[in-house]
Structures are given as C-alpha cells and as structure tokens.
Design a protein around this ligand. Structure first.
Ligand SMILES: [Zn+2]
Ligand SMILES: [Zn+2]
Length: 341
C-alpha cells in the first residue's frame, strides 16, 4: 500500500507499507482522499520542528472516507466523509480529565509524533472522526487548520468592539482572523510582508493593517488605531520568539496576549511590562473536539468560505518533486492540498 515517508530532514521517500488490520473495537478504517500541507510539515521537512521524529509518514490535516468500522462505533459508518481530529490523547491525565485533550500530557499528534495520513488507508479511533455529508474532502482537510485559529480566538475571548491585534498573516494568522471576525472585534493585522496585508484587506475586509518595520512606526500606528489604548487582545501567530517577546508592548492594560505559534527559542521581557498592565498571557495548542463540529457547521452554512484558502493542489505522485517549492515564500502558498486518492 502506497505511502510517502519523511526519512530524515529534506528526504522524502515513496514507500510500500503493510496493509492496515481490520478495525478493532472503537476504531475505523479510513481512506485518505485529501491532505493539507501545514507549517508543521514544512518545519518537519526542514528539521526545525521540535516534536517531529523520523522516519515519519506526515499528514494531520485530512479529508477521509470511512471504509469499515469496528465494534461499538456509532458516530460514523462506511461511506461517510470525515475530517480527522489528529490529537490522540490519553483520556486519563489532568488536562484530559478536564476535557482538554488538545493539550494532553502524553499527546500523540498523528503525522507528527506517530505516522499520519499521507498513505492510502489507515486505522484511527472513530471518536476522532467528524463527518459531514455536505463538505468536500478538500474542505474537510482544511478543518484542522481552521481549528488552530478557532481555539486561539477562544483563548483570547475578544468582546464585540474590542481592538484585537493579530501578528503574522500566514495560515495560522488567517485561521485566527476567520474566527476573530465572527466576534465583532475591531481587527488589526500586522505582518512584515505587504502582499499578505493586502490579501487581508481585500479578501477579508480587515480595517487596519500595519507593516512591521522594526522601528517605532508600528507603535505609533497602534496608538492611533486604538485611540491610545493599545489592544485588548493580541494574538501572536508568528512562531518567532523576537516577535513573541515584543508582543507584550502592544497589549492594553488588563489585556490578554495569546501565543498560538510555536518557537524553540526563548521568550523574554522586562517584568514591569507584564506587571504594570496586569496582563494575562495564554498559550493556545491545537483545538477542541467541539471546534471541529463548529467549523464544519460554519463551512456548511457559508459563514466560512474556503475558496481563498486553497492556493495550490498537487497529485500524490508529484508531491516529492514539488514539496520544496512550497517551502519558498515566493511560491505564494497559503494552503497546498495533496490529492492522495
Ligand atoms: Zn496543521
Ligand atoms: Zn491526557
């Protein structure tokens, strides 16, 4: 059975792997139709992702078809099209007991810590499948990416009319923007690349954008936009530790800062910046099961348009040759989708 495996950084191999077993109790056998390529996959390829281990079959953003189900499975049946919640949690640790399997102490994300969906078929816990009879496989493969932004927005919890700053207009920032829009907040997006800001203005009608130059100009722009208050909620989606350290300077007194990007670097700041503002800093990891169901509904009813998201499509057999090009900014990739089957 076909699969593509990342043997080590910068080295993909097309491999034949064993057929999966028949599904046991609580499991489903699924066929991968579409897979979204994520920042995690790019960093895994480049050897920069701390949680990635090799060799690894990637693939955690998946649109799959249920082929067979094991004993006791009631939420899906053969023929269902599903989005995959790729977070395999233990169900027993403190976070899991409180319903936060997204940050389980021994979390295994498929395609990152264990093998994922870049293959013909695989077995998965059926409770991690979220079906829709309206969405296409491509749309289902986008749900996980959107989930990252959904959860980050919920962590920031902006109120209608609040000024919200999203730093970084890559896929995670755009996913955050999709959900921040729905809160009625007044949004500013900041990025280092003007074309990304133009995309936010033109496609999403973002009222305020700031080009980051690393001088005092962004602070001036922020004070003007917020009437001198700075931001009730700042969501940093850069994964850049310098940006993340700086982001405290943009938060209003009593405001909240959410880190949704990942860095292996250190974040540091003078304590008074935090203390005098009585600021709240939050992490945001993955997404919750209810987020998957909510996002499917929002795409089904047209609240979220997946059209602008998918910029590139690649056939399974061409992926290895084209993957490197997707890592280059000039390719203009927001989301590339692999047509696996
Ligand atoms: Zn992803
Ligand atoms: Zn757990």
């Amino acid at each position: 059975m076909k699969a593509i495996r990342l043997e080590e950084p910068r080295h993909f191999e097309r491999v034949e792997i064993d057929e999966p077993a028949q599904p046991g109790p609580g499991q489903a056998l699924v066929r991968t139709h579409r897979m979204g390529i994520c920042g995690t996959d790019y960093s895994g390829y480049l050897g920069k992702m701390p949680f990635f281990r090799y060799p690894r079959i990637p693939g955690h953003e998946l649109g799959v078809e249920v082929l067979a189900v094991g004993e006791g499975v009631e939420n899906v049946k053969p023929g269902d099209r599903c989005s995959v919640e790729p977070y395999m949690n233990c169900g027993r640790c403190y976070a899991c007991r409180r319903g936060h399997g997204n940050c389980c102490e021994s979390l295994n994300v498929i395609g990152v810590m264990v093998d994922g969906g870049l293959c013909d078929r695989f077995l998965i816990r059926a409770d991690k499948l979220h079906p829709s009879d309206k969405l296409t496989y491509e749309q289902l493969a986008l749900v996980e990416t959107l989930g990252i932004g959904c959860h980050a927005t919920d962590r920031g919890a902006p109120q209608p009319g609040d000024h919200v700053l999203i730093i970084g207009a890559g896929p995670i920032g755009l996913a955050t923007l999709e959900f921040t829009r729905l809160t009625g907040a007044e949004i500013t997006v900041m990025d280092m690349i003007e074309s990304r800001l133009a995309f936010c203005r033109e496609t999403y009608g973002v009222p305020h954008t700031i080009l980051f130059r690393g001088d005092d100009s962004e602070q001036e722009a922020m004070l003007e936009i917020t009437g001198g208050d700075r931001y009730a909620v700042v969501i940093d989606a850069t994964g850049n530790n310098r940006s993340m350290s700086n982001a405290l300077n943009y938060v209003a007194h009593t405001g909240t800062l959410v880190y949704v990007g990942i860095t292996t670097g250190e974040i540091s700041f003078p304590h008074p910046t935090l203390h005098k503002a009585e600021m709240t800093i939050k992490g945001s990891r993955n997404a919750l099961p209810d987020d998957f169901r909510r996002i499917i509904r929002l795409i089904e009813d047209g609240t979220i348009d997946t059209g602008p998201w998918i910029t590139h499509r690649v056939a399974f057999d061409e992926l290895i040759d084209r993957f490197e090009s997707f890592t280059r900014p000039e390719t203009g990739v927001i989301k590339a989708i692999v047509e696996v089957n």
